[in-house]
Ligand binder design. Structure first.
Ligand code: KMH
Ligand code: ZN
Length: 274
C-alpha cells in the first residue's frame, strides 16, 4: 500500500478558542500549530487564516504572512489554502490565496446547509470559475465533497475540462447538512470515485478517528485537526493539532501503514517536487 498522507486542518473558520483554547488565530499561533502537526507526521497543512481576534479572513496579505512563517518553520511542508473560507464570503474574496500560487488548494464541489440558517454556497458556475482559476495557476485542487452528489459534479466538470485528472478528493463526513460519518457512507463515497483517483477523509467530531482507521486500512489518506474535531478522546480536549496527528500515526503503525514525508506526498499526488 502507498504511504499514508496526513493532512492537518489546523484552524478552520468555524471553531474558536471557546471550543479549544489552542485554536490558532495569530501568525505565531498558526506556526506553533502547523509545526506541532508537521513534527508529528503531517505532510499537508490545510490552512484557513484569522485576524488576531479570531475573525476568519481570506485576505491575501494575511495568507502570505502566515504561509511564509509556516514555511520558515517547516520548509518542505505542503500548504493547502482553503478557498472555502467562511460561509457568506464572495467568490473573489475566497479565491485570494490562489494568487499566491500554492501547490494545492481546496475546491468545494457543491452547496450544502451548514447548520442553522447558514448555507455554504458553491453553485455550478462557482465551481467552474474556481476550477478554471486553479488550472490557469497550476494549482492541484483537493476536491472537497460533503455528499455523493458532489463527486458526480466533480466528474461532470472533469469531462467538461474544468478539473484535471488525476483527481484528489476529500470526503468531509459528518457536517450538519452533509453526508454522515457512518462506515456505510464511507464505503459508498469510496466506491464512487475513479480508480485512478486518490482520497483523504475528514471525519467531523466523533467520526474523526473511526474514519481515519477506515482510510488507513483501505489505502486512502487522512485529515485531522481542530477544523474538524477538537477532542483527542471523548470529552478530552486535544492539546495541539500535533496530538491529533500523533494519534493517527499510532493507528497507522498498528495497521502497518507507513507515513509519507512531504516529498513522498508530492509524488503520490503528482505535485512538482520541491
Ligand atoms: N469553512 C467552510 C464554510 C474548505 O476549506 O474549502 C468551508 C471549508 C471548506 O472549510
Ligand atoms: Zn477548510
Amino acid at each position: 500500500m502507498e504511504k499514508l498522507i496526513i493532512t492537518a486542518a489546523i484552524c478552520g473558520a468555524e471553531v474558536f478558542k471557546k471550543h479549544n483554547p489552542a485554536v490558532p488565530y495569530t501568525v505565531e499561533e498558526c506556526v506553533r500549530e502547523a509545526k506541532s502537526a508537521y513534527d508529528a507526521g503531517a505532510s499537508i497543512i490545510h490552512l484557513h487564516v484569522r485576524m488576531d481576534d479570531g475573525t476568519p479572513t481570506q485576505d491575501k496579505a494575511r495568507f502570505k504572512e502566515v504561509m511564509n512563517a509556516i514555511l520558515a518553520a517547516c520548509p518542505d511542508v505542503i500548504i493547502q489554502p482553503s478557498t472555502g473560507g467562511a460561509v457568506g464570503m464572495t467568490n473573489d474574496e475566497r479565491l485570494q490565496p490562489t494568487e499566491l500560487n500554492p501547490e494545492m488548494a481546496t475546491l468545494d464541489c457543491g452547496t450544502l446547509n451548514f447548520g442553522g440558517d447558514d448555507i455554504f454556497e458553491n453553485t455550478e458556475n462557482t465551481i467552474i470559475y474556481f476550477g478554471k482559476k486553479m488550472i490557469e495557476r497550476g494549482i492541484k485542487p483537493e476536491l472537497e465533497v460533503f455528499d455523493k452528489s458532489m463527486i458526480d459534479m466533480a466528474l461532470r466538470l472533469h469531462k467538461k475540462g474544468y478539473i484535471n485528472k488525476p483527481m484528489h478528493f476529500d470526503f468531509v463526513m459528518g457536517v450538519n447538512g452533509g453526508i454522515s460519518g457512518e462506515l456505510r457512507d464511507f464505503v459508498f463515497l469510496r466506491g464512487s470515485i475513479p480508480h485512478d483517483a486518490t482520497y483523504t477523509v475528514a471525519g467531523i467530531g466523533r467520526y474523526e478517528f473511526p474514519l481515519a482507521v477506515a482510510a488507513i486500512v483501505d489505502g486512502g489518506h487522512v485529515r485531522v485537526g481542530f477544523e474538524d474535531n477538537v477532542f483527542i478522546s471523548k470529552g478530552v480536549l486535544a492539546k495541539s493539532n500535533g496530538e491529533l496527528v500523533e494519534k493517527v500515526v499510532r493507528l497507522a503503525r498498528e495497521f502497518g501503514r507507513e507515513i509519507a514525508t512531504p516529498q513522498e506526498a508530492r509524488s503520490i499526488l503528482g505535485l512538482n517536487q520541491k
